[in-house]
Design a protein around this ligand. Structure first.
Ligand code: XMP
Length: 510
């Protein structure tokens, strides 16, 4: 299997680079620049290396650098943005910094003779985001692209298979980005393009069957995409030896607990323990209004419930978690051994006695996890499920969490989701839900005064949930949702739409 190393110098698009490579069916892994030595790279069997962008200047003291020996390792290299400047610097070219040479956003680029640009017209649009620039290409390199401000927007030493582009081919605003990456992967690195996340998953199933069959495997199932796909994958591998514990804290969306149970136990025949723990969660949440206290209580109680169930099961060989690749990367330790405390299952490793942790999805991006889920037969509504916070509706109920208020929110939320469901998949926001505020307002119904709660509707569009824009959903949808909620949900007499982006607001209200 061909592998591309994405050497991470701290840029904001690094995960995107790896995803773009994988989209072309070539496996890519991200490693921090200070987490892998030139020897490891040389012996790692990589077909190519991509140096990522980064926020630094090569001249900053302490800016990320790499051993220049790597240029002579005989492995094709593509440097992007900071990565391109770093190559220039390593090979003794000249990197400059000038206010008037910085470029940001869509920029016209003129490309010349290069294997990378074979499919491009002479002039096209690329995405730039830089202040420093390559003032002079190093000896042995030829300049292959320029912009109005950039005398070296791309350069290469084709003999050594070293390429550098100042712009970002991984960003969709770069018109021919996909072709440029494809040329590097296939024409320069000679990759076959035969990698598929689903084949990897099939191999994992075989591997776990050999390693785990006949031994107890325990998984905390939330019904979210990651834990669901991890559960199905392990169920394929070890069948009855897998036990899933699904803690229903009573703070799920309408009908969700039953749906998860019916799906996993009913349809897939997974050994599932559903713990109906709503009473004990509500008891502990009584009178609590502070968001962080709510989160802490729910986290603690979750672990207690799980611990009790774990004790009933006895010694567990493997504790399985739905950790996915971005979690591994974000933990900052690259591919080194990381045991991630997932939001939803944080602390479990401390209270369950087990021999090993199994994270079947730790090499996959979210879209790949989804395609594995489809392959395993997970229905589309669960595959494309929006993210849902571990503390559930408790962080969408401002003020005290009571049974009545949970029901009110579940109903309002179900209406809003149903209305958004009228939109085509492609038009739907990435996350949308209702919030129950603690504000009462005066209303009128028939001839009578009402004094009900205000519900807020929230819908955001985002790539990674680190930043998000409020969604411009059609007025008709808002109108129907508002009218239905105030008519159908007793206790809510006003509906508002949240038009805050992140930052400064977060997606959730608490
Ligand atoms: P915020 O509110 O931080 O949310 O902008 C970003 C994304 O994370 C989800 N979220 C959580 N997910 N446990 C989770 O598993 C949590 O405690 C939690 N808090 C927020 C949120 O729904 C959004 O998708």
């Amino acid at each position: 299997m061909d592998r591309i190393l994405v050497l991470d110098f701290g840029g904001q698009y690094n995960q995107l680079i790896a995803r773009r490579v994988r989209e072309q069916h070539v496996y890519a892994e991200i490693r921090p620049y200070d987490g892998i030595s030139p020897e490891e790279i040389s012996e790692g069997g990589y077909s190519g290396i991509i140096f990522t962008g980064g926020p630094n200047s090569v001249y900053d003291p302490g800016s990320p650098h790499y051993d220049p020996e790597i240029l002579d390792a005989g492995i094709p290299i593509l440097g992007i943005c900071y990565g391109a400047q770093l190559i220039a610097w390593m090979a003794r070219g000249e990197v400059g910094s000038a206010e008037n040479s910085s470029e940001y956003g869509k920029t016209a680029v003129r490309t010349g003779e290069s294997v990378l640009f074979r499919e491009l017209p002479g002039e096209s649009v690329c995405w730039m985001s830089h202040t420093d620039y390559i003032r002079r290409a190093p000896a042995g390199f030829s300049v292959t692209a320029v912009t109005d401000k950039c005398p070296c927007a791309a350069m290469e030493d084709a003999g050594r298979k070293i390429y550098a582009v100042q712009f970002h081919p991984e960003v969709t605003h770069t018109e021919y980005g996909r072709q440029i990456l494809a040329a590097f992967l296939f024409s320069v690195c000679g990759c076959a393009g035969d990698w598929d996340a689903r084949d990897s998953a099939a191999r994992l199933i075989e591997k776990y069957r050999e390693e785990l069959a006949g031994r107890k495997v325990l998984l905390a199932l939330s019904g979210g995409v990651d834990s669901s796909v991890a559960a199905l994958l392990l169920h394929r591998a070890v069948g009855e030896d897998l036990t899933c514990v699904f803690v229903d804290h009573g703070l799920l969306r309408k009908g969700e607990g039953d749906r998860v149970e019916e799906m996993f136990r009913g349809r897939f025949g997974v050994k599932l323990i559903r713990v109906d723990a709503a009473d004990r969660f509500l008891e502990r949440l009584a009178g609590v209004t502070d968001p962080e206290t709510k989160r802490r209580i729910i986290g603690e109680e979750f672990i207690r419930v799980f611990e009790e169930e774990g004790k009933k099961i006895g010694h567990v060989h493997a504790l399985a978690q739905g950790t996915i690749y971005p979690d591994v990367i974000e933990s900052g330790k690259g591919a080194s051994a990381v045991i991630k405390s997932h939001h939803n299952v944080g602390g479990l490793p401390d209270v369950i006695s087990f021999d090993r942790i199994v994270e079947p999805l730790r090499d996959f991006f979210k879209d790949e996890v989804r395609s594995i889920g489809r392959m395993l037969g997970l229905p589309e509504d669960m595959v494309t499920r929006q993210p849902f916070p571990g503390p559930g509706l408790a962080v969408r109920i401002i003020g005290e969490v009571t049974r009545d208020r949970i029901t009110m929110l579940q109903e309002a939320d179900a209406v809003f989701r149903e209305e958004i469901g009228r939109l085509d998949m492609t038009e739907r926001p990435d996350q949308y839900f209702a919030v129950l505020t603690d504000t009462h307002t005066v209303g009128v119904m028939g001839d009578a005064r009402t004094y009900g709660y205000t519900a807020a509707l929230r819908a955001v569009s985002t790539d990674d949930f680190m930043t998000a824009e409020w969604s411009r959903i059609p007025y008709e949808i808002l109108e129907r949702a508002s009218s239905r909620i105030t008519n159908e949900v007793a206790g809510i007499s006003r509906v508002v739409y949240d038009i805050s982006s992140k930052p400064p607001a977060t997606v959730e209200w608490e």
